[in-house]
Design a protein around this ligand. Structure first.
Ligand code: GP9
Ligand code: MN
Length: 426
């Protein structure tokens, strides 16, 4: 009820981090092109296999100063059983996924005040999602209506012939290629979310698409992981070329993120061989880093930014870049560019990672050295507060509490009944 929403509101307003003046509003009215790198973990950045870079294009974005990207190398996915859907959910709402199941499915009919809806109401943005799988996967065709997504270019918009498809759906190269004209057809400014798919377990790849030899651990899916990562990297490079040709590149915020881990703990032996170190519980927790890479037109890139954060922090970051005070909305994350950004990263399994310490399965470690440590009172308080935050987030979802929240005077609840998805719907 309304008492519960007040408790959540007080919490998030209190956690709010003021924007950095230099970044506030710099991207207002610019298009947003958000690129989802399926199953992409940060250890792939700069990783060499057989003496070759696995992802030379992404590496160039991270390292070439003139590209003006900022790469967050201490950024974590925070997802649970909902995998891709959890990543999408965190990004769209700055609310945590649920400890079990996928909020996309079990909370697909809740009321939301999602990024796409806010951008539409505050700055008249249109919104679209592009993905080479069919619309009902992960209940997307229901929850996107609650997010106010105008168009969902699902598999029905693409040429899903045998040559173009593998594993879960459309291969990344035809995906980006066919997405280009649809992207260009959007009303500007737009918020566009492109979700890749080929670099997905069990990392199948057609022979003609493999441009790097597999690893040689004998664990077949791990060995192919590098081949599909390379394929994704090439698909991305081609997409950037097309974006530049179309003129969209110059005028858009480009943001790239990894959605969740690709290699689970069932593959520790192979990973130990590849990384040359033991995969302890601590190490595994640190491997939950995924890249977050962002470029804002006209703003100088920072190279590598070492601040700690996660998917929960992206929405408030974007709102501030757009010049929208994120404090009006219920958000559990904080702006990554703010000097007051909160660097405590909670996970759904109870782990917590901060720049100083990590809590993994209840044991405290020094994040930098990996040494076990005796927690101080302050560390315990930070850990408890992270758990409290997750509980409030669950309470918000389970009670569908945003129904009772009026963020601004002019906010109009999103009406899901006005959206229809799938090409055949028209
Ligand atoms: C399916 C794709 C995969 O459409 O997004 O989801 P995942 O298995 O990674 O959660
Ligand atoms: Mn995924």
């Amino acid at each position: 009820d309304s008492d519960d929403i007040t408790e959540v509101e007080n919490y998030t307003k209190n956690k709010y981090a003021e924007p950095n003046d230099e970044m506030f509003g710099v991207a207002a009215e610019k298009n947003i092109i958000k690129i989802h790198l399926e199953s992409f973990q940060s250890f792939l950045i700069d990783f060499e296999l057989h003496g070759e870079e696995v992802t030379p294009f992404l590496n160039s974005l991270v390292h070439d100063q003139e590209e003006n990207f900022t790469y967050f190398d201490n950024f974590f996915h925070q997802t649970e059983q909902g995998k891709t859907a959890d990543a999408e959910f965190l990004l769209a709402n700055s609310i945590y996924g649920l400890p079990q199941g996928a909020a996309f499915v079990t909370r697909g009919n809740n009321t939301y005040q999602a990024l796409s809806g806010i951008l539409n109401q505050e700055l008249d943005y249109s919104s679209a999602v592009f993905h080479g799988d069919y619309k009902s996967f992960w209940n997307r065709d229901e929850i996107y209506k609650q997010f106010g997504i105008d168009t969902y270019f699902d598999a029905s918009y693409y040429d899903m012939n045998e040559e173009n498809t593998l594993n879960y759906g459309l291969k990344d190269k035809p995906f980006f290629e066919e997405s280009m004209p649809m992207l260009e057809s959007l009303e500007q400014p737009f918020y566009a979310h492109l979700q890749t798919l080929t670099h997905h377990h069990p990392y199948l790849i057609d022979e003609e698409d493999a441009t790097i030899a597999p690893a040689e651990t004998g664990d077949a899916s791990v060995d192919r992981y590098f081949q599909t990562a390379r394929y994704l990297d090439e698909a991305l490079e081609q997409f950037f070329t097309d974006l530049k040709e179309s003129g969209l590149y110059e005028d858009s915020v480009i943001m790239i993120y990894g959605d969740h881990y690709g290699i689970s703990q069932n593959h520790n032996r192979a990973m130990e061989e590849l990384l040359g170190e033991e995969i302890t519980k601590f190490k595994n927790a640190q491997l939950q880093r995924v890249p977050f890479i962002i470029k804002v037109p006209g703003v100088e890139g920072q190279g590598t930014n070492h601040k700690y954060g996660g998917l929960i922090d992206v929405m408030p970051t974007i709102l501030h870049l757009m010049g929208i005070k994120s404090q009006d909305y219920i958000q559990f994350g904080t702006d990554l560019f703010s000097d007051d950004h909160n660097q405590v990263v909670p996970f759904r399994n109870g782990d917590v990672i901060t720049p100083e310490f990590s809590v993994v399965s209840g044991t405290y470690y020094d994040t930098v050295t990996g040494e076990e440590l005796e927690p101080t009172e302050e560390m315990k308080e930070i850990t408890e507060s992270a758990q409290h935050e997750l509980e409030l987030s669950d309470k918000l979802l389970n009670g569908d509490l945003l129904r009772f929240y009026q963020p601004t005077e002019t906010w109009e609840p999103i009406d899901p009944s006005i959206y229809k998805y799938g090409k055949e719907a028209f």
